[in-house]
Design a protein around this ligand. Sequence first.
Ligand code: SF4
Length: 296
Amino acid sequence: MIQAPEGYKKKLTEFADSQDDKEVFISVEPCYGACDLRDRDAKQLGCDKLVHYGHNDFGVRPSIPVEYVILPVTADPIPVLTKNVGMLQGYQKIGIVSTVNFLSLIPEVKEFLAKNGKQGIVGEPANGKWGASAAGQILGCDVTAAQVIESEVDCFLYIGTGKFHPTGMKTKKPFFILDLERNSVERHDIDHEKLERQRYARIAIAKMSNKFGLLLSTKEGQFYLSVARRARDILKKNGKKAYILIADEFTPEKLMGVDVDCYVNCSCPRMSDDTQRFGKPVINAQDVEALENKVI
Ligand code: SF4
């Protein structure tokens, strides 16, 4: 079986065509990370192997062998860096972070910085149970490769596209995005105070809620059952009603009609970024502790 995230879906039939002596099944389920392996589907079909495009190993223990296929970006970062190096003026030590398909560009970027009198610093992710596994790599839910070097750098440079990963950064250091799709370098200021205010607003609404739905995904790398149980028990101890809701992926349609006032995200931590679409407040499981500790 083969699976790929949205941007690489056109590779699926290409791959199947290249395997003419084998039977290939194509998974078209959405796939946001290697936290979401379709190995159980592949096993059900009797497959020998799952081929997972676009991500590296997240640490999930699959039920059949998995081959991770990285598709390194071949874009040349030097012309756009040369044009914009002035933006890095005044910063000597620069922390470099990226996502898996751009990691191969880090040595080139480091060399460019060195030629311009600067030092590029790359951190190792702090191998937790699940998360990033390569030097300099950040995920939406794991920015430890940045955190471990934060105290020694003057700013960060992210190599990649879009703002999903940079938005997960907790750093207060200046942050620049080298976007190789838009061929630009831009400063990305993260408004931490605004994010905290929004978080507290959600917690304040949750405090007034009585019935909580705890969102527990069955995706292997997002399956935090003990977290969901703990949050449920804390809520119950505090006189609330709490129910663990199960789905592979949560959508507003799936939750329609479920009689709760508020959701607690016990799955991908970034799901709470996009709470509007659920039509009810969504807090993270850690925020249940804040409710209990009455920190607001
Ligand atoms: S941010 Fe969410 S989707 Fe991405 S790797 Fe982490 S758990 Fe998976």
